[in-house]
Design a protein around this ligand. Structure first.
Ligand SMILES: Cc1cc2nc3c(=O)[nH]c(=O)nc-3n(C[C@H](O)[C@H](O)[C@H](O)COP(=O)(O)OP(=O)(O)OC[C@H]3O[C@@H](n4cnc5c(N)ncnc54)[C@H](O)[C@@H]3O)c2cc1C
Length: 600
């Protein structure tokens, strides 16, 4: 064995790290993870042995797109492209991800092998194998990363899709917290579950509320790693604020519990640190009382002139401040090119009549100026009992609301919102976000806010996601967010502004379905121009780690603010050798962009 391989082999041993520090290899040549063909790549026998240890749950990965690259676009490829618009099909496919890429940033690439883990022990076996053989390791749950952090060429994939169990508790106390922390109603969820399944178990079947994501096919563990917002986060908090305990496999292959009493530093990092601290195998999150009613208020209004649009935006923000800036309301107000305002709001704990009464003054004002304003989507307020809101059988009966997984034998519960269809199989051209402080809603500053929203919307649509800023929320919501690593700006923000652009499924090398690079560049420039107008309002506002720009400058501050130093120390403690690298993850500044070469 040569000196480099000897050092690599022994560098996993704790006493060697104590003697020489983590950069043993860096002292000789840059530390590199191995790729197929490299001398250090595991032998076929080593892979076979791993497969045996996993009872066959080791998969040699091939992307369904591979057959279409550099080949005529035939009927088989047409079928592949059809499935790229089905989020369940994408989720079940080991070689694909929900986004197909981001032009100029990343392209979805299959791993060489994947471990289809069924337990924490499977995960630990794979972590040990990856560490020992110096492999690039990626983790995929729901596969919804915009940043491409759940795929990497030449890697070993930890795939949690099979880990689906959902168990409710009437009174849960974290391990080691007995006697010091009161028990809570909770639900334990294995890492591979998607939120739609959890809502079915927790809300439809058990009549409780759990704070997950808006999109039904987002993965539970991935979502919580970034903090996670749902429509009602101003009332129930970020998803991770409800986390009571996580089971995690750390880089040393140990299966640990993390909660407020056991490994509390790791627990804190898992509540919004953006992943990269270990493989989460199970989470237990608090459940809450299910609101009696949950509903929507939607509509779209076109203004007849720029002056009229200015009045409309100004009235909208005044109305938002006075009537909607409270724990009842979440979701979106969108300002679009052509002087259009689109309203897609969600409320809870108000009846339909009560919610209509809230909106009446605003809709009356719009109706009273027909020369200035026209509804391009008639206003509508609807409410339903909380228990029915996620019931697939009910949702399927509402025209235009959901699409069913149309694969043969697909479970009845496999549905997704029409509103998420555009994001399925998307190739991103741009995606940016910024938090806006609630002070901008006050009379003294509101004109600045209105001017910026209008100026931005001339370049590209910008959307206020008011559930992704916690200001206006319950005091407990604000306090619980402060006990997470998220950028503290989230507590003072009334909204996260998002602007994104992309195209329908496309893949490099597929005839007639190549990504449109010229259009991507033009749209990326327009999104930047729009968001630059917004950022003038809060230049240091920060951005949400899971819904952000791949090229986010100063990302450490942007995602985590002053919490970065503490996160960085925790990363060094639990993953000193950067096994869980991810793009713009904590500690990734020490690595090359592809995560294969340690730079320092
Ligand atoms: C259509 C769509 C809708 C969305 N809606 C919302 C929303 O309503 N609210 C919101 O806050 N966000 C939303 N997001 C963002 C979403 O929360 C993040 O993309 C999240 O990371 C997705 O998790 P995942 O498991 O589906 O994705 P994956 O791509 O599988 O994982 C995302 C990241 O988490 C890591 N990860 C996954 N599982 C584990 C694990 N078990 N242990 C350790 N690390 C893990 C991955 O390595 C990766 O870095 C949405 C995204 C999309 C595409």
């Amino acid at each position: 064995m040569d000196r480099r391989r000897l050092l690599q082999a022994i560098s996993g041993l704790p006493f060697i790290r104590l003697l020489f520090g983590a950069s043993t290899d860096a002292a000789t040549s840059p530390f590199r993870r191995v790729r197929p063909g490299d001398p250090g790549w595991p032998s076929d026998e080593a892979w076979a042995e791993l497969g045996r240890r996993l009872d066959g749950r080791l998969i040699k990965v091939k992307s369904p797109l591979a057959q279409c690259v550099g080949a005529p676009f035939d009927a088989a490829c047409a079928e592949v492209f059809k499935e790229l618009k089905n989020p369940y099909s994408l989720g079940d496919e080991v070689g694909l991800t929900q986004s197909l890429g981001w032009i100029g940033a990343w392209t979805s690439e299959p791993s060489v092998y994947a471990v289809a883990a069924e337990s924490a022990r499977d995960v630990a076996a794979a972590v040990n194998f990856a560490r020992t053989h110096n492999l690039r390791l990626v983790v995929k749950g729901g596969g919804h990363s915009y940043q491409g952090t759940s795929n990497a060429a030449d890697s070993l994939l930890m795939w949690t899709r099979s880990m689906q169990s959902v168990v409710l508790h009437d009174a849960f106390v974290g391990s080691g917290c007995e006697g010091s922390v009161p028990s809570q109603p909770a639900v334990s969820i294995e890492a591979g579950a998607i939120w739609g399944r959890v809502y079915d178990q927790v809300s439809v079947k058990a009549g409780r509320y759990v704070q997950g994501g808006g999109c039904l096919t987002v993965g539970v563990a991935g979502f919580l790693n970034g903090g996670g917002f749902g429509s009602l986060s101003k009332n129930f908090g970020i998803g991770a604020a409800s986390l009571l305990e996580a089971e995690v496999v750390t880089a040393d292959g140990d299966i640990k519990l993390a909660n407020a009493c056991t490994n509390p530093d790791l627990f804190w990092a898992l509540k919004g640190g953006g992943g990269g601290f270990g493989v989460v195998t199970r989470v237990t999150v608090r459940t809450h009382e299910l609101p009696e009613f949950i509903g929507i208020a939607v509509g779209a209004i076109k203004a007849a002139s720029d002056d009229a649009f200015r009045r409309l935006v100004s009235e909208t923000m005044r109305f938002y401040r006075e009537a909607l800036f409270n724990p009842h309301w979440g979701e979106q107000l969108s300002f679009q090119r052509g002087d259009v305002l689109s309203i897609q709001m969600v409320f809870h704990s108000l009846s339909r009549d009560q919610a209509e009464a809230v909106w009446k003054p605003f809709f009356d004002l719009v109706r009273s100026s027909p020369q200035d304003f026209a509804f391009v989507l008639p206003p509508q307020v609807q409410a339903a009992p909380g228990r029915l809101i996620w019931d697939p059988a009910v949702l399927r009966t509402i025209p235009g609301l959901v699409i069913a997984d149309d694969r043969k034998g697909a479970p009845e519960g496999n549905i997704f919102y029409v509103g998420n269809l555009g994001e399925v199989g998307r190739v991103w051209h741009a995606y940016q976000s910024a938090w806006l402080p609630a002070s901008l809603l006050e009379a003294a500053d509101r004109d600045r806010l209105v001017d910026a929203l209008i100026a931005a919307s001339k370049h590209w649509p910008v959307t206020l996601h008011v559930n992704k800023g916690l200001a206006g929320g319950r005091t407990e919501v604000l306090e619980s967010a402060k006990d997470t690593p998220m950028n503290p700006a989230v507590v003072d923000a009334f909204a996260l502004v998002i602007a994104g652009a992309g195209e329908e499924p496309a893949y490099p090398g597929v005839a007639g379905h190549e990504p449109n690079v010229a259009e991507a560049q033009a749209q990326a420039a327009a999104v930047s121009a729009a968001m630059n107008e917004i950022r003038k309002l809060a230049p240091q506002g920060g951005s949400y780690v899971w819904e952000t720009d791949y090229f986010e400058p100063d990302w450490q501050r942007s995602f985590w603010g002053d919490n970065y130093a503490r996160l960085s120390a925790i990363k060094k403690k639990y993953d000193p050798d950067g096994l869980f690298f991810l793009h713009h993850g904590v500690g990734s500044e020490d690595w090359s962009a592809d995560g294969f070469t340690r730079l320092r």
